[in-house]
Write a protein that binds this ligand. Structure first.
Ligand code: NAI
Length: 252
């Protein structure tokens, strides 16, 4: 019950990682506003007293963040999770100007506006922002240019905002997942042999991650358990980045 009485916004909450984060925060007592471009569902109530109210909105629309802020005029916002994002980008020679702008706008620009426009309603001295970046924002990965650059920008925005907002007592951290089985990755996990070899088979813990794996790490960063943690990018990748398992090394 770490979030009893707390308010939270989670973007991209209709499915995948965002849905798991919203459920996890609500299960520990938070009143969550789930924001997604998908059609809104009825409010969900958790036995803990927490809830998830679903709102349909496009985070790339420049007016979305400001209109969400108006919902918090009477009660402050404690937790902001900028999770929504798009993936599956193409190599540089197949990336148009419009593609580039789309990745930057949804994965980076929208998170910037959410932070800026919700700042006035964030609880002073005791609130937390978590941005969903990626291991692809921390290392180069073949044929993933606009996605990786947008996620690297989000990791740096996290460090920068930690510096800017630390004096106000607002903590800003990021989670960098490795391969997590969701609608975003399922097709590649099941049908792309190269992706299976370089991502799934190279994960030290020998399994793909689940949305709940990411939700647990995100909840930690949102909670008082991380009260002295800010400017950190928490890698949740089963060891892909730090201790990758190479099948050829031990003959398996
Ligand atoms: P997903 O594609 O299953 O879900 C993304 C959700 O965000 C969807 O419900 C979608 O409707 C929503 N969304 C997308 N654009 C939106 C917009 N403009 N406005 C409002 N809602 C929007 O993706 P998944 O796998 O759950 O990923 C969530 C986040 O985690 C993304 O930022 C992704 O880049 C990141 N991530 C995912 C990894 C994975 O292996 N699945 C690995 C590393 C990072």
């Amino acid at each position: 019950m770490r979030f009893s009485g707390k308010t939270a916004i989670v973007t991209g909450s209709a499915r995948g990682i965002g849905a798991a984060i919203a459920r996890r925060l609500a299960s520990e007592g938070a009143a969550v506003l789930g924001v997604d471009q998908a059609e809104a569902r009825d409010t969900e109530h958790d036995a803990s007293g927490g809830s998830i109210e679903h709102v349909q909105a496009d985070i790339a629309d420049p007016s979305t963040a400001a209109s969400l802020a108006r919902r918090f005029a009477d009660r402050p916002l404690d937790i902001l999770v900028n999770n929504a994002g798009i993936g599956n980008s193409r190599p540089i020679d197949q990336t148009s100007d419009a593609d580039w702008s789309r990745y930057m706008e949804i994965n980076l620009g929208a998170a910037f506006r959410m932070c800026r426009d919700l700042l006035p309603v964030l609880t002073p001295h005791h609130s937390a922002i978590v941005n969903m970046t990626s291991v692809f924002g921390l290392v180069g990965f073949p044929n993933s240019l606009p996605y990786s650059v947008s996620k690297a920008g989000l990791a740096q925005m996290t460090r920068q905002l930690a510096a800017d907002l630390g004096p106000k007592g607002i903590r800003v951290n990021a989670v960098a997942p490795g391969v997590i089985e969701t609608d975003l990755t399922r097709e590649r996990i099941q049908n792309n042999a190269w992706y299976q070899k370089i991502m799934c088979d190279a994960t030290a813990l020998r399994r793909n991650g689940t949305p709940e794996d990411v939700a647990g790490a995100t909840a930690f960063l949102c909670s008082d358990d991380a009260a002295f943690v800010t400017g950190h990018v928490l890698v949740v990748d089963g060891g892909w980045l730090g201790a990758r398992f190479l099948p050829s090394v031990d003959g398996e």
